[in-house]
Write a protein that binds this ligand. Structure first.
Ligand SMILES: Cc1cc2nc3c(=O)[nH]c(=O)nc-3n(C[C@H](O)[C@H](O)[C@H](O)COP(=O)(O)OP(=O)(O)OC[C@H]3O[C@@H](n4cnc5c(N)ncnc54)[C@H](O)[C@@H]3O)c2cc1C
Length: 410
């Protein structure tokens, strides 16, 4: 494998960099690579951090094939530059050696609900701009999906400790195990002096299959399982229903933690899987079995009943999928993990903010909800997306919140 310096030397530093154009955070990749080659690593880290405070995370878990790496011109005829390896090194070094800057406080108090990627990004931006930030989190640690979803073998947890440490040193007040919308309501916050509230509570509620057997004792939702895999006894044979990134994370975790034989059941073909190609490849290498064109129709005590799905080519060249009830089969399973997507919880229903049909927060292009002073970003606004998309929109919302709070206190 090439060294990161060799990777940087391969970068053409294109004037119209396609890698940057396809980065949701518009990272100036040629500039960072040049600084790295010039030995100005701290400066490169600073540029990354101020553009994307979570670059130490996204460099590891971004779907690079869809963003920077997937659009590198070097990749047209050969191997694309793996910028994310340079970014990971630079970002981590920057965090590890960060001297907390002296920040002049502006005396304005802000509440942030939820400490996932959107909540952390907003808290950092607010702290760096002199705000007094109180971060409310339903769980006992910061990170959201970074802590309670993505397995540690994909994202080392000490990165989150670094972020927490940095934010506390900048003056963050952290209220763990506190759920906004149940005991503390949004309307309780304004009388205590908060000028604005940022909601980033994510989509932690798993979608149901709606099948008979879903409540049985050996059936679990992937996001519940990934939260604390050690709490689950899965047995030798595990069937995972679903084929997105969450399904793959659950499957790979089950192999590691329970040494189970894991089968992924997917109602479409491999080309229709929403999981990242690299993750699927890793799962296959680790022994995860894939059964495609299998629609789960019932969960039994020891198996999942499936119906074969036929892929039919339509006259216009598109495809449709039809269940064939003459072809029914059972996939043996001591445990079943369901991973067919997530939606928002019910906490915001009582908050008086307008919700979309899917129960997400209804916001305008600047993240303003229908309640003055209440802003939102991340998955609770977009539905399940990616970390870098949560960061990118949060930055935009920060600019609007900053403007709003300064005008309110004038
Ligand atoms: C298993 C899994 C794997 C993934 N893998 C990747 C990946 O490899 N790469 C990638 O880019 N994206 C991945 N994603 C998607 C990515 O993690 C999300 O898009 C991102 O975490 C969204 O950030 P967020 O801050 O909006 O929400 P979240 O990360 O969900 O954080 C929300 C936080 O709010 C807290 N909270 C909820 N309700 C309340 C409340 N009422 N009061 C206070 N706090 C509350 C939650 O406890 C949580 O800490 C994955 C998602 C999952 C589930």
């Amino acid at each position: 494998m090439s060294t990161i310096k060799q990777e940087a030397e391969r970068c053409l530093k294109c004037k119209k960099a396609m890698c940057s154009a396809h980065c949701p955070a518009a990272t100036d990749i040629p500039q960072v690579v040049q600084l790295f080659l010039d030995g100005k690593i701290k400066k490169a880290g600073e540029i990354l951090f101020y553009n994307n405070p979570l670059s130490a995370v996204t460099s590891i878990i971004c779907p690079h094939e869809r963003n920077c790496t997937g659009h590198c011109v070097r990749g047209i005829k050969g191997e694309p530059v793996m910028f994310y390896r340079i970014e990971e090194f630079v970002s981590r070094f920057y965090l590890e050696t960060l001297d907390i800057p002296e920040i002049k406080k502006n005396g304005i108090k802000v509440a942030v609900a939820g400490s996932g990627p959107a909540g952390i990004t907003m808290s950092l931006l607010l702290l760096l701009n002199g705000y007094d930030v109180t971060l409310f989190e339903a769980e006992d640690s910061i990170g959201g999906v970074l802590k309670y979803g993505i397995p540690p073998f994909r994202l080392p947890r000490e990165i989150l400790d670094m972020y927490k440490d940095i934010m506390l040193k900048m003056g963050l007040r952290f209220r763990p195990n506190t759920r906004i919308g149940t005991n503390i309501m949004i309307e309780d916050l304004f009388p205590d002096g908060y000028k604005a509230i940022f909601v980033a509570t994510g989509t932690g509620r798993p979608n149901k299959l709606g099948l008979i057997g879903e409540t049985l004792g050996h059936v679990h939702f992937a996001v519940d399982y990934l939260k604390s895999p050690a709490a689950f006894k899965l047995g030798n044979r595990v069937a995972v229903v679903g084929a997105g990134n969450v399904a793959i994370d659950a499957a790979r975790t089950a192999i590691r933690r329970s040494h189970s034989h894991v089968t992924i059941l997917h109602f479409m073909g491999e080309e229709n899987m929403t999981a990242n190609h690299e993750e699927v490849e890793m799962a296959q290498l680790e022994g995860v079995e894939f059964i495609h064109f299998a629609q789960a129709v019932r969960i039994k005590e020891d198996s999942v009943r499936c119906v074969r799905v036929n892929r039919i080519e339509n006259a216009d060249g598109t495809f449709s999928f039809e269940e064939d009830y003459s072809d029914v089969f059972d996939v043996p399973a001591d445990s079943v993990i369901i991973a067919i997507g997530q939606g928002p919880g019910a906490d915001m229903k009582a908050a008086g903010v307008k919700l979309t049909q899917k129960g997400l927060l209804d916001v305008n292009e600047y993240g303003e909800t229908t309640l003055p002073g209440v802003f939102a970003a991340g998955d609770i606004v977009s539905g399940p997306k990616t970390v870098i998309e949560a960061v990118a929109f949060t930055k935009k919302v920060f600019s609007k919140m900053d403007e709003y709070m300064k005008s309110e206190t004038r």
